[in-house]
Design a protein around this ligand. Structure first.
Ligand SMILES: Cc1cc2nc3c(=O)[nH]c(=O)nc-3n(C[C@H](O)[C@H](O)[C@H](O)COP(=O)(O)O)c2cc1C
Length: 168
């Protein structure tokens, strides 16, 4: 028997959406930026490719996150697609209490060529982006980026995924 949520003018409750989206197996990224000389980062699964010509990707950024102000102010950012052995980094960059000034200490990374945002060593691949458009997305902003540089780690094996609240 299927479960159904009733639909009304304001849509389903947040918990209903959270519950069904947990069934979507997502890849895991760490999105980074550099603003006022400080590197910022955020674990994100709301990431997608958008267009090949021009080359566009998007990430949905919560308006209450500290990363929101950084990425919308800087206008440049990078994405690292995590590999399966980077679970602790995914947890680290989603922990709301972490110290912004020390969050990259002990995290192996290099700087992306254009944005100078950190890209994580050992990630499957990375993209360096310039913001192309921003769209309102409720409590998030949809940040569309034009990809200006890419790289991949030939040694990385399997991507990290997130499903039903569990990394695998
Ligand atoms: C698996 C996972 C995926 C997440 N995906 C997103 C996302 O796509 N967009 C977003 O805004 N926050 C996402 N978050 C929450 C942020 O990682 C979290 O709010 C982070 O602490 C924000 O950091 P900041 O406040 O320092 O910017 C996700 C968290 C987890 C655990």
């Amino acid at each position: 028997m299927q479960e159904h949520q009733s639909v009304d003018a304001v849509g389903v409750p947040a918990e209903a959406l959270r519950s069904v989206m947990a069934e979507f197996a997502a890849g895991v990224t760490v999105v980074t930026s550099r603003w006022q000389g400080v590197p910022h980062a955020m674990t994100a699964t709301a990431f997608s490719s958008v267009s090949l010509v021009p080359p566009l990707v998007l990430v949905c950024v919560g308006k209450r996150s500290r990363f929101y102000q950084a990425v919308t102010s800087a206008g440049v950012w990078a994405v690292s697609i995590l590999s399966s052995d980077q679970v602790e980094l995914a947890r680290h960059f989603s922990h709301s209490g972490r110290d912004l000034m020390t969050q990259f200490e002990g995290v192996p990374h290099v700087l992306a060529p254009h944005s100078r945002s950190p890209v994580l060593l050992g990630a499957q691949a990375w993209m360096d982006c310039v913001t192309y458009a921003e769209h309102d997305g409720g409590d998030h902003t949809i940040v569309v980026g034009q990809v200006v540089a890419t790289g991949r780690d030939s040694g990385a094996t399997r991507p990290l995924t997130y499903h039903r609240g569990t990394y695998s």
